[in-house]
Write a protein that binds this ligand. Structure first.
Ligand code: C5P
Length: 403
């Protein structure tokens, strides 16, 4: 893992976890990162600027109105300089200011003025973290493509126990290092499908599923970070296109996803099918909203099966390296292995859905199977899990092409 010469702007906001950010600067410097620290005014009440200056070997900035510092490196220049911005700790206040686009101090101004990917490591009392306003702000930021690192659960400085602890310095450092990718898919074209599909019943109703698309979007991002040229075919989701994705094609139904993936597959080296494709669609889509009869007769829908995208591809004489997903509620391993052979896949990533894992959760765990091997990727945030999955896919892909 390397961060050599990587330009990291570390934003420190006001919270007791600021003491952990001193350690973070050390860990980033261990990997030869070039670190500049910007503190909010509140942060200086927890740790002094002199501490960060000594650790980073660079002057620390707090105010937008520091004429001397502006003359040395203007704030716009600093915003352009950064390859990554990490705010650790990110207090409830700075999350709110970021979510609303405020630029009332140097750090928030830099975040608006920079095109660098933004990472936030929240740290606060568990009750604050659980507050609806904080959660709404976090969701806004997430949808805008801001990367959330943590928080973790456990003992808090205030004596509470719960969710809101900042991740440890080494975890934050590893996440930043991973964000630069390893080039394992360099030069390859990868299609990723993500999200649910909606099968229309009438102009206002559809049959859908609970896929959020987050795992597939994380996979698309991880593939892009690994150097691939990525086409993301997305079902109806409300997620920002991950940085580095070359092309995004939005679809609604399984039939549309089938058509778009097959069209793109002719040029692709790898297809990763992370979408939760609807298995059935209504035989007929009513042109007008179906009316209640109020006679207790109910309504029967005739459904027909959608074509299987992966199976269609594997039936073709030449096709990309195929990676499927299997979301199961029981007997994960045996169902996944059956799917691997039935659909003619090169790899399958299986997960148990339910109990805080799977479709709507922030974390996930996967067991990955291929013809003569398997690996368990334990529960972790979807972005990190996607990175680990891509490492496996790259290895198996290279092995299959070498053999
Ligand atoms: O058979 P099942 O739907 O559980 O298989 C899941 C895997 O198959 C996923 O990778 C999904 O994207 C893919 N799939 C597909 N075409 C379908 C249904 C599922 O490619 N019509």
């Amino acid at each position: 893992m390397s961060l050599a010469q990587r330009r990291i702007l570390l934003g420190v906001s006001g919270g007791i976890a600021a003491y952990k950010s001193c350690e973070l600067v050390r860990r980033l410097r261990d990997l030869d990162a070039d670190v500049r620290v910007v503190m909010t005014e509140s942060a200086t009440h927890f740790v002094s600027a002199t501490t960060f200056q000594a650790l980073s070997g660079q002057s620390v900035r707090v105010s937008l109105w520091d004429a001397q510092a502006e003359a040395a490196m203007g704030h716009i220049e600093l915003a352009r300089w950064a390859e990554r911005i990490l705010i650790a700790p990110a207090s409830a206040d700075i999350l709110a200011r970021l979510a609303h686009g405020l630029a009332d101090d140097l750090l928030t101004t830099l975040c608006l003025a920079s095109a660098a990917p933004l990472y936030v490591a929240p740290a606060m009392n568990q009750q604050m973290w659980a507050h609806a306003s904080v959660q709404t702000n976090v969701e806004t930021l997430r949808q805008r493509g801001v990367h959330l690192l943590g928080p973790a659960s456990g003992d808090q400085a205030c004596g509470d126990v719960g969710n809101g602890r900042m991740l440890e310095a080494h975890e934050l450092r590893d996440a930043l290092a991973a964000s630069f990718g390893d080039g394992s898919l360099a030069g390859l074209k990868v299609i990723v499908s993500a999200g649910p599909t909606y099968e229309d019943i009438d102009p206002v109703r559809f049959i859908g599923n609970r896929s959020s698309g987050r795992m597939g979007f994380a996979v698309a991002q991880a593939a892009a970070l690994a150097g691939a040229q990525v086409t993301l075919v997305a079902g109806p989701v409300s997620l920002a296109t991950p940085a580095g994705v070359t092309q995004r094609i939005d679809v609604r139904s399984a039939a549309q996803m089938h058509a778009e993936v097959l069209a793109a597959a002719a040029q692709a080296d790898i297809y990763i099918a992370a979408a939760a494709v609807g298995d059935f669609r209504p035989n007929e889509v009513s042109a007008h909203k179906l009316k209640k009869t109020c006679d207790g007769a109910g309504l029967s829908l005739q459904l027909s099966e959608n074509p299987d995208i992966l199976a269609s591809l594997s039936a073709q004489p030449t096709h990309p390296f195929l990676v499927g997903f299997a979301a199961e509620t029981q007997d994960v391993a045996s169902y996944a292995k059956q799917k691997l052979s039935r659909k003619g896949l090169d790899m399958i990533a299986a997960n148990q859905v339910g109990e805080g894992l799977g479709f709507e959760a922030a974390d996930n765990a996967l067991s990955v199977y291929w013809a003569d091997g398997s690996i368990d990727l334990p529960r972790v945030a979807k972005a990190e899990l996607a990175r680990q999955l891509i490492t496996q896919v790259a290895q198996r892909y290279r092995a299959s092409r070498a053999g």
